[in-house]
Design a protein around this ligand. Structure first.
Ligand code: CO
Length: 200
């Protein structure tokens, strides 16, 4: 059996390093969290929310699932958004996709993948909305990458159209919803410039 002891060793070193720089860090953090950002990203191990934004524990509230989707019947994601908006009073919601997303590719490849096809069905719907534009692109990688962007834009709209955001905006709570795409090959975020801070 392979050992996972190294995970505990890594963890101890990590905690020590933080305490060296800031002895009260964990004490402070254990008392409360007050993040300003909610991140909704892909589960892909190469897209770590905190690290790529250079943020410490306590600075960003995170929800991740395959292909960064916001589905109106997904109680898990909706509960995260509601807690972030109503309780934590976060100021920004970031939906972040990434180029080369396996979930997006799987949704487009016409193959069967088992249970996950049900989850990916939402992305197939996004494809249907933009079929003409996407089918006009001959290069497969380019087509998938555009689909990654269109999916983010769609999910930003889903956040904005959720009852949680509509209620918060009605109460004049200041929240902006953003759409980003992360480039795996250079680690750089691209802003899709779809930021929205009102129901319009
Ligand atoms: Co992905």
């Amino acid at each position: 059996m392979s050992s996972i002891q190294h995970l505990f060793n890594n963890n101890q070193q990590w905690a020590e390093k933080i305490k060296q720089n800031d002895p009260d860090f964990f004490k402070r953090l254990s008392q409360q969290q007050s993040p300003e950002y909610l991140w909704i990203g892909c589960s892909d191990s190469r897209v770590p929310a905190n690290e790529l934004l250079g943020m410490q524990p306590g600075e960003i509230f995170v929800h991740r699932n395959i292909a960064n989707q916001v589905v109106h019947t997904d109680l898990n994601c909706l509960s995260v958004i509601q807690f972030a908006v109503d309780v934590l009073k976060i100021k920004h919601i970031i939906v972040c996709g990434h180029y080369g997303c396996g979930g997006i590719s799987a949704a487009l490849d016409g193959e069967r993948h088992g249970l996950i096809d049900n989850w990916l069905q939402h992305i197939k719907n996004v494809y249907r909305f933009h079929k003409e534009q996407l089918d006009a692109i001959k290069d497969k990688t380019e087509r998938t990458n555009l689909m990654c962007e269109l999916n983010v834009i769609e999910q930003v709209a889903n956040v904005c159209n959720s009852t949680i955001l509509l209620n918060a905006w009605k109460k004049k709570q200041e929240i902006t919803v953003h759409g980003f795409v992360y480039k795996l090959h250079d680690g750089i975020l691209k802003n899709l410039d779809v930021s929205t801070s009102s129901p319009k």
